[in-house]
Structure formats: structure tokens, C-alpha cells
Design a protein around this ligand. Structure first.
Ligand SMILES: [Zn+2]
Length: 412
């Protein structure tokens, strides 16, 4: 009998280590390990350094098909079994740092950017591997390090005591995509405006398909982090404000590009509130925002285009969708002709079969040249889409399917 039990145990451990079949409860606890890194370098070289780690709140991410992310992203973080090397959990992402590495400035100077990732808290020591990939999908920087869950220097993250309201609750953490909305540029006196604006964000997202018919698959919590001053910084006018997440327009000297470089501060504000997606809501009526895949969405609260821009940016951050618009004078930067993009709604025809070839007989779906900022060499699935213009209300059929697949990936 003992022998049978032993071989059964061996069989089970082999099952766990197969990777694809990792049983969440066998290797992870219910809490979250937050890992902070510095990403640095320039257009030619990129490096990753480990900064600090925290134990935060309950694990809000997926508990099934742990070893493979649905999309490749521009980088991945993997939790590995140190003995077998098997992947226990993998998550993909893109970063503001990598966007910067393709700017003109990155050919002149080296810079450092903050980055944070969450993985389920391991029961035993694990290896963490973080890698960044270039526009050809090749690894351009990586770091591997051991994490012992009993390390006394992993700091339990304390909440800052910010008022948090649940604005939408679709189900348990495991059954839903958990979104957290963080207040940026709202003073103490503007608290109710923030919660009202966060409610408008819920209405905006869930009045659009495929979010509308899958509302029960989402939860949304809003964290009121007051700012000393109202509004956000506008460098082109010399206006700098003291705000909760230090966001500003003119990122990479582009007027409408509103971002925050204080990623660790954003994570500190969220504290132990469980989340998978972050929306930083910036209290301004100036046009702008941004969405970076599995990193964060940042949005102005009061410009008339609030609704379409939020849906577009969340399409980037959650769905991993690429921009379907393009510029006539843009040369090949992000999507080289010899590489199939990982974004589900763009193709260079290197591997079109992996994209929407099966949807080509669908009404309006085709191959339209121009997308991903390039007028040549990149193709999009439809004449217009939520990922192309603010005038187009809906996602095209290919983007719609990509978002549905992502919802299923996190909730099933
Ligand atoms: Zn589309």
C-alpha cells in the first residue's frame, strides 16, 4: 500500500511539473508576491535589475493554464521550479521602457524605468525569470533570480488607508477579471467627483461589446488616493503639480501622451486591493492617455472623448490589441517585415494563418494595408475599428474575438 501511495505521489509530482498542468494549490498560496524591478538601457542594450519584493493581498489572477500566457507580449515573467526547470506560472506584458527604447532619445542616452509584476505567492523557493524582447521577438534583456518565500526581507505591504469602493462585482477573484481604478490629480475635496468619474468609466467600458455581454466576468474597485493639487502636470506649459502618481503629459515629448513613471507608487497606493488591471484616472479635461499591455491604462477624466479613448486604451492594456491607425510618413520601427507581430489584430503576413485567416469570409473582415503606425507592410483586419479611430464605436470582429478569448483565459 505504501509503495502504491509513493508511486502515486511521484506520478502526481510529475503531473504538477509538466508545466501545462500545474495545480495551483500544490505550488502557490492564496496571496500575491509583488516584485519590483528597474529596467534600464538604451536603443541597443537593455538590462533588468531586481529592486525589492512585497507580499500583498489575495491573489486575483488566473488559477488555470498557468504555464503559458495567451499572448507573447513584449516581455514575460516566469516562475520556475528550481529543480526541474518546469514553468509554474507565466505572464506577459509590455512596458513604457520598451516604448522609449524605439525613440530618438534612446539612441543618445541611457535611462532607467520602474516596473512591477505580480505572481502568485509560492509555497517553496522558486526561480523568477524576467525577459524583454525586441521588435523581432528576440530576447533583448533578461534576469533570473531565486525567491525564497520565507525570506524575512519580503515586506508585507501595509495599506495606506485609502477609501476603496467596489463599483462592480461579478463574482469571486478567481472567476473575474479584477480592475482597480486609482485617483490621480483629485484633491481631498474632489473625492466624490473621483468616485463619480470611476462610475463613468464602468459605464463606458460596459456599454461596449464584448464587455457589455460579459459584465459578470469583471469586478472593479476604486481607490481614492488624494493629491495635494488638482489636475495633472502639463510640461509644455511649464505646469507641474504635486499629484498622487506624478503623472504628466508630453511623455517622450508627445503632447497627448499622458503617463506615469512612478509605477512603484501606483502599486503602493493599490496596496493589498486585489487586481489584474490598473486604470489611473487623471483629473483633467485635456485630451490624452495611454494603455500598455498588462501594465496600466491611464486616462483623462473630462475630455469629451472620454468614452471612446478609455475603451481604446483598455483594448491595449487588457486585450493586447495593437493600434490600427498609421501615419503616412512613418518608417518601419515597431513592426519589421520579417516578424509576425504578437498583437492579435495586426499582421505582416509572415504568419497570417495564426491571425484572422479563418475570419476572412466574415462581413467586412479583410486585409487592409496600414496599421501599427506604418502605412506599408502592416495589415489590419477592417477598414475601421475602435483601435483605429475615435469615431468608430465598436471593435472590429477580430478585436472582439481577441478580447473574448482574453476574458475566457482569465476566468475559465
Ligand atoms: Zn480591430
Amino acid at each position: 500500500m505504501r509503495k502504491v501511495l509513493l508511486s502515486l505521489a511521484l506520478l502526481l509530482s510529475a503531473f504538477v511539473l509538466k508545466g501545462q498542468d500545474v495545480v495551483f494549490e500544490e505550488v502557490f498560496t492564496d496571496s500575491t508576491l509583488r516584485l519590483d524591478y528597474v529596467l534600464c538601457g538604451d536603443a541597443r542594450h537593455q538590462a533588468i535589475y531586481w529592486r525589492q519584493s512585497f507580499e500583498t493581498g489575495a491573489w486575483a489572477g488566473r488559477r488555470a493554464h498557468l504555464a503559458e500566457p495567451l499572448l507573447k507580449g513584449n516581455g514575460q515573467i516566469r516562475v520556475l521550479d528550481p529543480e526541474s526547470g518546469a514553468c509554474l506560472y507565466a505572464h506577459s506584458f509590455s512596458t513604457l521602457f520598451q516604448e522609449w527604447t524605439v525613440t530618438e532619445e534612446a539612441t543618445q542616452v541611457q535611462k532607467a524605468f520602474e516596473s512591477s509584476f505580480q505572481v502568485p505567492y509560492p509555497k517553496k523557493p522558486v526561480d523568477i525569470e524576467v525577459s524583454l524582447t525586441d521588435t523581432h521577438g528576440k530576447v533583448s534583456g533578461s534576469l533570473k533570480h531565486r525567491v525564497d518565500p520565507k525570506d524575512i526581507l519580503i515586506r508585507p505591504l501595509a495599506d495606506k488607508g485609502y477609501e476603496t469602493r467596489t463599483l462592480l462585482e461579478g463574482g469571486s477573484l478567481a472567476q473575474t477579471v479584477d480592475i482597480v481604478v486609482v485617483a490621480e490629480g483629485y484633491t481631498e475635496a474632489e473625492k466624490e467627483k473621483f468616485f463619480k468619474d470611476a462610475g463613468r468609466a464602468v459605464d463606458a467600458l460596459f456599454s461596449h461589446e464584448p464587455f457589455a455581454s460579459r459584465k459578470e466576468s469583471f469586478s472593479l474597485r476604486a481607490v481614492f488616493s488624494p493629491s495635494a493639487q488638482s489636475g495633472v502636470s502639463l510640461p509644455r506649459k511649464g505646469e507641474w503639480r504635486s499629484t498622487a502618481t506624478s503623472s504628466h503629459f508630453d511623455t517622450f515629448y508627445m503632447d497627448r501622451y499622458l503617463t506615469t513613471s512612478s509605477v512603484w507608487e501606483v502599486y503602493d497606493i493599490i496596496g493589498t486591493v486585489p487586481f489584474e488591471q490598473i486604470i489611473v484616472l487623471a483629473n483633467t479635461d485635456i485630451y490624452g492617455g495611454g494603455g500598455i499591455y498588462n501594465s496600466l491604462t491611464i486616462m483623462n477624466s473630462d475630455h469629451p472623448t472620454f468614452v471612446p479613448v478609455l475603451v481604446h486604451e483598455f483594448g491595449h492594456a487588457f486585450g493586447g490589441l495593437g493600434d490600427e491607425y498609421y501615419y503616412d510618413d512613418m518608417y518601419e520601427t515597431q513592426y519589421p517585415a520579417d516578424t509576425e507581430p504578437w498583437e492579435p489584430n495586426l499582421t505582416t503576413l509572415v504568419n497570417f494563418q495564426s491571425k484572422w485567416a479563418d475570419l476572412m469570409d466574415h462581413e467586412g473582415v479583410g486585409l487592409y494595408e496600414g496599421g501599427g503606425y506604418q502605412s506599408k507592410g502592416v495589415f489590419r483586419p477592417a477598414p475601421d475599428c475602435r483601435m483605429k479611430t475615435n469615431q468608430c464605436k465598436d471593435f472590429c470582429p477580430v478585436c472582439t474575438r481577441a478580447v473574448i478569448r482574453m476574458i475566457d483565459f482569465y476566468t475559465q
